[in-house]
Ligand binder design. Structure first.
Ligand code: OOG
Ligand code: MG
Length: 253
């Protein structure tokens, strides 16, 4: 099967909210081919007038790698269609088998043209916030190989961002948690994200330059969850919080 056809199948699965078989059951894609599929499938979204709002990293914590059985860092694209307004309600029918995870979001202060070191990384960020990511694998049973999940835009489906804080906020060793209907379901720590979530920014910049994706002023980055993700259901109120960043929530209806 050609890459365009695989991209089309994944795009249609997302639009219809209907899972498909893993590509790896019938086609062995290389990691580069999988990123090409991701890019082609996102081009289809851009033709429908969606636009890029930022990037996400995946598998930046041991907890996530172990939950999904994938052990390499991956990156995906976020679009305006995935944005969820804080404290709003969104329809469960938009998704197949959605899961939520607590995230740290960063906002870029200018267009990025070169790599950044850990020492200078705050200089390219003007906002840090608590966020919730909704992931919704387009594959049956939420099961995938590394190329499968890359091709599927790293399961990206939604993101909800809390109040922005400035780039001096302390992210060192801070508890972060996910709650559903006021019950804590996942607890992690910012240190679980690559040892330091600012390293997600360093890595995202490197990967964006490597793959020719333009990070622009105002784009956001989801650093990758520190905890496993939890399934969410109709009528759930989902919230995430992190010491120093406050909390954020939305409801699934
Ligand atoms: C892939 C996305 C991983 C994260 O934060 O690690 C991810 C998945 O688990 O379906 O978003
Ligand atoms: Mg995530």
């Amino acid at each position: 099967m050609n890459l365009d056809k695989i991209a089309e199948n994944l795009d249609i699965a997302a639009i219809r909210g209907k899972a498909i078989k893993q590509i790896s059951e019938s086609n062995i894609l290389s990691v580069d081919e999988a990123y090409s599929v991701q890019s082609i499938s996102l081009s289809r979204r851009y033709l429908r007038h969606e636009h890029l709002t930022g990037l996400k990293l995946g598998f930046t914590s041991k907890a996530k790698m172990e939950q999904m059985g994938v052990h390499d860092m991956i990156w995906g694209r976020l679009t305006n269609d995935m944005s969820i307004t804080c404290e709003s309600e969104i329809f469960k029918s938009k998704f197949i088998h959605p899961r939520a995870e607590p995230e740290i979001a960063f906002r870029f202060s200018h267009d990025i043209t070169e790599e950044i070191s850990e020492t200078n990384v705050r200089s390219i960020i003007d906002g840090v916030a608590i966020a919730i990511e909704v992931i919704d694998s387009r594959y049956e049973n939420f099961k995938f190989s590394l190329p499968d999940v890359i091709a599927d835009n790293c399961s990206s489906a939604g993101y909800c961002i809390g109040k922005w804080h400035d780039n001096q906020v302390d992210l060192n060793n801070k508890p972060i948690q996910l709650s559903i209907n006021n019950n804590t379901v996942q607890i992690g720590n910012t240190v679980d994200i690559l040892g330091n979530p600012w390293l997600s920014v360093v890595n995202a910049v490197r990967l964006a330059l490597q793959y020719g994706v333009q990070i622009k002023k105002g784009h956001i980055l989801l650093a990758g969850a520190a905890t496993p993700a939890s399934f969410i259901h109709e009528n759930d109120v989902i919230s995430a919080s992190c010491i120093g960043l406050g909390d954020v929530s939305f409801r699934l209806k």
